[in-house]
Design a protein around this ligand. Structure first.
Ligand code: SF4
Length: 67
């Protein structure tokens, strides 16, 4: 499990659940870079955009927590 923080939002990614469907990178191409490390750059979108996108992840690999 990996965590990526931006402002009061923590994005949680569980790689074992990810089906690599690519919905995340298709929805927010400036945030998700599947071939690079770190592959999530949450500073490139607003918290609202990130939350909306995370809710679209079909496998539940992406989730978030607000601190
Ligand atoms: S949308 Fe979810 S399941 Fe699809 S590649 Fe992104 S993290 Fe993985």
């Amino acid at each position: 499990m990996k965590e990526y923080k931006v402002d009061n939002l923590t994005i949680i990614w569980q790689p074992e659940k990810c089906t690599h469907a690519g919905v995340c990178s298709a929805t927010l191409p400036n945030v998700y870079f599947p071939k690079e490390r770190p592959w999530i750059r949450p500073e490139n979108a607003t918290v609202e955009e990130l939350k909306n996108q995370i809710n679209l992840c079909p496998s539940g690999a992406l989730s978030f927590r607000e601190d």
